[in-house]
Every structure is written in C-alpha cells, then in structure tokens.
Design a protein around this ligand. Sequence first.
Ligand code: HEM
Length: 175
Amino acid sequence: MKGIIFYKFNRMVETVFGADMLEQVLSNSHLASEGIYTVNGYYSHDELVEQVRVLSELTEMDVSQIIFDFGVFLFGELVRLPSPFMSNYKDAFTMIADVDSVIHPEVQRQHPDANLPRFETLLRDEKTLKIVYRSSRHFDDLAHGLMQGCLNHFGEKASIKSEPYQSGTLFILSK
Ligand code: HEM
C-alpha cells in the first residue's frame, strides 16, 4: 500500500487522539518499516491492519469504526491533492462512479506500483447508486468511509448499505 495512506493514517491518529497516542501506536505495533513511511514508498497493508488493531486496543474503539473514520478523513485529504480533473466533480454519485474509470486509473498512471481496488457500477440514477467493491485486501470499511467522506465533501446526504455480492461487496447508496 502506498506510503501516503500510512502517512495520512498517522496524521489522523495524531489529530484525533494526540501525539502521545501516535507514539504508543507506533511503538506497540510490530512493523517491518519500524513506522517510518515516505509518501512514495510502498509497504504491506498488514502494517495498517496492525496499527488499527493496536489503536483499537488502546482506545477500546471498534476496528471497523476506526477504519471507517479513517476513510472519511482520508477522502478529505485525497480530494485536496493537486489534480487537474478533481475540480470537475460537482456531486458525489458522479465522482464515486468515476473512481474505477477515471480517478484510480490516473493514480495508477502516476504511480505504477499502486495496487488499486476495482469498482463496478450496477445502477445509477438520481436517487440510487449501486456499486460493487472488489479487492484482495477486503477493506470494505475503508471503501465505506471514503464514500461517506465523498458525500460529506459535497454536502449531500444518503444512506449507505452493504451486502456480499459476487466475490465482492455491493454498496447501495440511497437518497
Ligand atoms: C469515493 C471515492 C474513492 C473510493 C471509494 C476509493 C476507494 C479506495 C480503497 C477502498 C482503497 C484501498 C485499497 C483496496 O481496497 O485495495 C483505495 C486506495 C487508494 N486510492 Fe482510492 N478511493 C476513492 C477516491 C480516491 C481519490 C480521490 C484518490 C486520489 C486522487 C484516491 C487514491 C488512492 C490511492 C493513492 C490509494 C492507495 C493505492 C495503493 O496503496 O497501492 N482514491 N481507494
């Protein structure tokens, strides 16, 4: 997983729980990288899972909740990265439906080592978006949080439900 994701996770821990908590998370986690991440480096996604496990132990928060909250936070960070096409988006459904065909391919072009999940849109209209998430990492809670972050970014409200679907997870966003 790209170093930027770890970097942003550590910034979230620092912002929400404080610098002492970040230090405890890094020192209590078993990390091959020893917790030193550069944004363009590449690290095993297990290191993120490990840090989340330790943060969950220290805060007694649910692992799922931590990853979801991180997704919400991460979207706010990713959307601010300099990119020519990002400002073209005016609503959440259009942006989420374009992740697989526009946004992630651009990430892949700039970072050939990125390992991105796949999304397949099954249905999209004014009120509903049905989209399937597939990844060997099964970061469903992260995908859920990123979608919620996208809705927040555009000031939109929709419920997000998920269910297993053909070796992936179907997210149903309803307005
Ligand atoms: C609603 C919008 C988005 C969703 C649902 C989404 C979903 C995800 C998920 C779930 C992952 C984790 C990897 C996995 O599951 O296998 C991921 C990775 C990533 N995404 Fe997105 N994403 C969104 C928008 C963006 C945006 C706006 C950017 C930045 C331009 C971006 C850049 C990345 C990068 C750099 C990674 C890490 C790839 C790696 O570690 O190799 N994503 N995305």
